[in-house]
Design a protein around this ligand. Structure first.
Ligand code: M6R
Length: 615
């Protein structure tokens, strides 16, 4: 996820508008930033640097930042590590064009190869540079207008994009296009604005056009906004009036990043599976498994190291890998593993899970395992961060920047990657039947749609949360695949509402925690229609017999537990092993709404940091 800003006018300087816009979009990514400007003499300059927008400002202090037309970008790296070279904008080889891009060009390697054979030289490792080089090549070779060259190039491109282009030979025009990545055009008085969302725009105009997939916008000074499609058919976009304040729009209209991130999960998991799950052919393909097939196939043992929420994802991964691949898996707190002289060696595969890719304990565990000869596989979100760089291979979860300190979409992304890993490895090892494999792959592909529907439960949970804010302690119970979900639900509640909460395997309750049960102690019980249903139902009855209050998470249509529980949240029916992906959602929402009711700082809870880079 990256942020795009553009400006074209007559009287205002572009640079301050672009910088301010980038700051508003920084939540979308902040590993590098850049700006391209055309000055009054017609020079096209690109200034870019690794780091945040503030670093870009510093970098530009002694540069020529004049001009009334420009585009700017804040990056969240996907292809190519965060660096000044990989930062956007990218020039084409002729330096006539500059581009910014949000999205992924999936067939970039093939296009790059073809262009290199034609003598085009590349400066960066990005998929974005491939697109600008392709446009320039087509434009020059076929002597086309920029618009036509963009249309021809986009015909050849597979993937998602929001792009904006400058051409130094046409210092009065910006061309922008979108497919699956957002883009908004602001229409001012003789000027145009562009943004990944409306936040860089609303200060100057409330008239906007939200581009649709396949739209190409031509913003030219002195002319009306022109929108066409790839076939050059003219479209009539709807000009809308935005009526939102800045504070809201920076969070995409959500009151908190956490809520936004919870609601992003259907799209995030779709991204996570993109190019990896092929439903037509019922296949999961992970490039790491292809590249390191024999190492992974021959693993005698897998050790998962992680912290916090990522550790909970690891517990689900253990069950998944043991179920499908029949390889023993140990899950370790990275902080413990690194200091206890663990038995680990060359026949082990160590999986390090980390959203930030910077957690000091997890990184140290990776280094330790590496020094003992283990093969290291990373499952991370932040591209180019320390852990992926330290591992032998890995899989990014691709859920976009997570800003709320309480991890939500990263957890479901990690579980999704672990599921794909287990399925692909089991298939390669022959430890899963074809029917089971196909059934699970198909069902996994349905999970984003299920979550989208499940999120309708938000209002119900918001109401429910008010009833439970009095509690000083909570117990979360689950069994099998749902046990780590119980742990994760409890962690979410503790982190942001400061209510003490414990997660337990439901059957363990009778070995101690049952002593805590009374009318002041709400219990969240995950009691879905899996193999443990009857047993968890008995646990609920034991709680009710002791005047405990039960919030039951049940499978849609369950009529038995609703008669005994105090509150019920229904989940879509899915396979046991995929249930964590749906059961987590109401627990995230419950923690969120309880914290909101208690007036807590949901996105930046006390004493916590998003990335724990110290011990
Ligand atoms: O970036 P990581 O996944 O390595 O972070 C690990 C934990 O610090 C993190 O999951 C933490 O527990 C979250 N605040 C949980 O919401």
């Amino acid at each position: 996820m990256c942020g795009i800003v553009g400006y074209l006018g007559k009287n205002r300087d572009a640079y301050p508008i672009l910088i301010k816009g980038l700051k508003r979009l920084e939540y979308r990514g902040y590993d590098s930033a850049g700006v391209a400007l055309i000055n009054e003499d017609g020079d096209l300059s690109v200034y870019k640097t690794k780091g945040k927008v503030a670093d870009l400002e510093e970098f530009c202090t002694d540069k020529d930042i004049t001009g009334h037309i420009g585009i700017a970008h804040t990056r969240w790296a996907t292809h190519g590590e965060p660096s000044s070279v990989n930062a956007h904008p990218h020039y084409s080889q002729s330096k006539n064009l500059a581009i910014i891009h949000n999205g992924i060009i999936e067939n970039y390697a093939e296009i790059k190869h073809n262009l290199m054979e034609k003598g085009i030289e590349f400066q960066s490792e990005t998929d974005t540079e491939v697109l600008v080089q392709l446009i320039d090549y087509i434009q020059t070779k076929k002597n086309l207008s920029l618009l036509m060259a963009v249309q021809v190039a986009l015909h050849q491109v597979i993937g998602a994009y929001a792009i904006a282009l400058l051409d130094k030979r046409h210092p009065d025009t910006i061309i922008a296009a979108r497919k699956q990545s957002p883009l908004v055009v602001g229409i001012g008085d003789g000027e145009f604005f562009l943004g990944s969302d409306a936040s860089p725009i609303i200060e100057y105009t409330d008239k906007v056009v939200y581009l649709d997939d396949g739209n190409i916008a031509v913003m030219k000074l002195g002319e009306e906004l022109k929108v066409v499609n790839i076939l050059n058919e003219k479209l009539s976009p709807e000009v809308q009036t935005v009526d939102i304040n800045l504070g809201q729009i920076e969070k995409g209209g959500y009151p908190h990043f956490m809520l936004k991130e919870i609601f992003e999960q259907p799209a995030c998991l779709t991204n996570c599976m993109r190019g990896r799950i092929n439903v037509e052919h019922d296949r999961v393909t992970l490039s790491a498994l292809i590249d390191h097939r024999s190492k992974l196939l021959n693993a005698k043992r897998i050790i998962i190291v992680a912290c916090g929420t990522s550790w909970h994802a690891g517990l689900i991964g253990k069950q998944m890998i043991e179920t499908f691949c029949r390889i023993p898996v140990e899950v370790e707190y990275a902080s413990e593993f690194r200091y206890r002289n663990p038995v680990v060696g060359e026949s082990d595969v160590v999986i390090a899970i980390s959203q930030s890719g910077e957690t000091a304990d997890t990184l140290a565990a990776v280094e330790l395992a590496k020094s003992r000869g283990a093969f290291i596989y990373g499952i991370c979100n932040a591209i180019g961060s320390s852990i992926p760089r330290a591992t032998d291979t890995g899989t990014y979860i691709h859920v976009g920047p997570e800003i709320g300190v309480a991890s939500t979409k990263a957890f479901t992304g990690q579980v999704t990657v672990l599921t794909m890993f287990a399925l692909a490895l089991a298939d390669a090892k022959g430890t899963v039947s074809h029917d089971e494999y196909v059934k699970t792959v198909k069902e996994l592909a349905q999970i984003p749609a299920m979550i989208k529907d499940l999120l309708k439960v938000n209002d119900q949970i918001a109401d429910m949360a008010r009833t439970f804010t009095y509690a000083r302690n909570f117990l979360y119970l689950g069994r099998g695949f749902s046990y780590p979900v119980a742990l994760e639900g409890a962690l979410k509640l503790k982190e942001i509402s400061y209510i003490h909460a414990e997660g337990y395997p439901a059957a363990e309750m009778k070995h101690g925690p049952i002593a805590l049960i009374d009318s002041d102690m709400p219990v969240v019980a995950i009691a879905t229609h899996n193999g443990m249903y009857e047993k968890v139902r008995s646990n609920i009855q034991e709680i009710k017999a002791r005047q405990g209050r039960v919030i039951a998470i049940v499978t849609k249509g369950d009529t038995t537990i609703s008669k005994i529980a105090d509150a019920v949240i229904e989940l879509p029916d899915t396979m046991d092993c995929l249930e964590p992906l749906v059961a987590t959602i109401p627990l995230q929402l419950l923690a969120y709404h309880i914290a909101v009711c208690k007036g807590k700082d949901v996105d930046q809870p006390r004493n916590l940091a998003k990335s724990v880079t110290v011990e």
